[in-house]
Design a binder for this molecule. Structure first.
Ligand code: GLN
Length: 441
């Protein structure tokens, strides 16, 4: 048997193929000469599985899709404060190449429009790097996201540089506000080289999957950026990634995304997949026409809108039952799935409502796949309160979902690998109460 996913991709590609509307990016002569018929789509899961159909190994320039990644590098290399001082995070609702800055501070509104991206480029790498070393930091960083060494297309770069009047104008304005502190031409040159990095749809899907996978490249295993940086970048992509079409995109597609004028488009669905499409003809916003159509289909067909999430908490308490009888009775709360705030609230509520009469209470995490920090703290506080109420609290945690549990003042938990061990422990404790320094009532 074969997976249905490539068949699905083939079908959706065939559905959008007849749409030949839109134009290649005319303002960069090399891009205006690209083959407009190219069409490809790739899904890359957060565990590294790649599904692709069509032109997925054709190289084209990354263009503005480099922006979120370079922003990530700047945040990593300089820290949030230094970057936020120079680039905002407000959607501008303007075209990508609009010559506009915040009126009071001179800051570009966000790092997805050219003004912000040129600034973010200047903030990549350690302070004081020369333009060549900074470009190397950017290319090396983009390569780490992709999981292979990427190169710059000199022809596209020269072609854009020869017509870069608008980006140069933006850079000069940035320089006049001291947002840029060095030669504007050198920064634009570096930014345009960054935009001229060659990628395939396969590379872009892996780059997006690295964002979806909390900053770790799913194939190489390399941690490229830290989680707070991922959160910042995905947030900015979801509000600003599609420029003046960002609101339509957020409502209709609902996947943090970024487009490029060579026809690439990426989406990163946190915890699930990275998606990339390639089709060079663009709409009036500079977004790929068939790429947008593909993403609309993916989102609807596959339920990928980020605001459409399963009821995470409902099934978190798989069972709530008693093992044994009398003074050896143990209340077992068997949990399952991913536990966040809402899941932890269910567990706490269920425990409070149950008001266990049994001396032993077991929280069984065998079937739990993840626990976030707030849920961890709530479960430990639950254990502490149960101890204070006179219960002996056990954690069945074979996969160490809660390593070194410390419930704090007056709380105590015993970690064991399965329920049988808990039962044996309770029996042993009854036979030899002194061992635990406690009576078993
Ligand atoms: N290099 C292009 C520019 O600066 C990138 C624009 C884009 O992809 N939206 O104009």
């Amino acid at each position: 048997m074969q997976s249905m996913i490539p068949d699905y991709l083939t079908e959706v590609l065939a559905a959008v193929e007849p749409d030949t509307s839109g134009e290649r990016a005319g303002y960069i002569p090399e891009l205006a000469a690209a083959d407009p018929e190219r069409l490809g789509a790739v899904f890359a899961t957060v565990d590294g599985q790649v599904y692709g159909v069509g032109d997925i190994d054709t190289e084209f320039t990354i263009q503005s899709i480099s922006k979120p990644f370079t922003y990530a590098l700047a945040l990593s290399d300089r820290g949030f404060d230094a970057v936020l001082a120079k680039v905002g995070v407000e959607p501008s609702g303007e075209a990508f190449n609009e010559i506009s800055l915040e009126s009071d501070t001179g800051r570009p509104r966000n790092p997805m429009i050219n003004a912000g991206a040129i600034t973010a480029h200047s903030l990549a790498g350690a302070e004081g790097l020369d333009p060549a070393a900074r470009l190397e930091r950017v290319v090396q960083g983009l390569s780490a996201f992709a999981g292979r060494r990427l190169t710059v297309d000199e022809a596209v770069c020269a072609s854009e540089m020869a017509h870069a009047h608008r980006n140069l104008a933006i850079a000069h304005m940035l320089r006049s506000h001291d947002i840029l502190t060095e030669d504007p031409t050198a920064v634009v040159d570096g930014y345009i080289r960054q935009c001229s990095v060659l990628v395939t749809a396969r590379d872009l899907a892996m780059m997006a999957a690295t964002l979806a996978n909390r900053g770790i490249n799913p194939v190489s295993g390399e941690r490229v950026i830290r989680e707070p940086v991922v959160r910042q970048v995905l947030s900015v992509m979801s509000t600003c990634g599609m420029y003046d079409a960002a609101g339509d995109w957020a409502t209709q597609v609902g996947i943090p995304a970024k487009s490029g004028v060579a026809g690439g488009l990426i989406g990163a669905l946190p915890g699930q997949i990275g998606i990339a499409t390639f089709s060079p003809r663009l709409d009036s916003h500079g977004n790929s026409v068939r790429g947008v159509a593909l993403f609309e289909r993916f989102s609807t067909d596959m339920g990928m809108h980020v605001m459409e999430v399963p009821p995470a908490a409902r099934a978190v308490v798989r069972s709530n039952h008693v093992v044994g009888a009398g003074p050896a009775a143990i209340r077992v709360l068997q949990l399952q799935g991913g536990v966040g705030f809402a899941g932890a609230e269910r567990i706490v509520r269920e425990t409070v409502a149950t008001a266990p009469a049994e001396p032993g209470v077991v929280v069984d995490l065998t079937l739990v796949s993840s626990i976030n920090d707030v849920a961890r703290r709530m479960l430990l506080e639950l254990a502490r309160r149960l101890t204070l109420d006179g219960h002996e609290v056990y954690l069945v945690d074979p996969e160490s979902m809660l390593p070194d549990p410390d419930p704090g003042d007056g709380g105590r938990v015993t970690v064991l690998a399965d329920i049988t061990q808990v039962v044996n422990h309770v029996v042993a404790q009854r036979e030899n109460p002194a061992r635990n320094g406690e009576s078993d009532t």
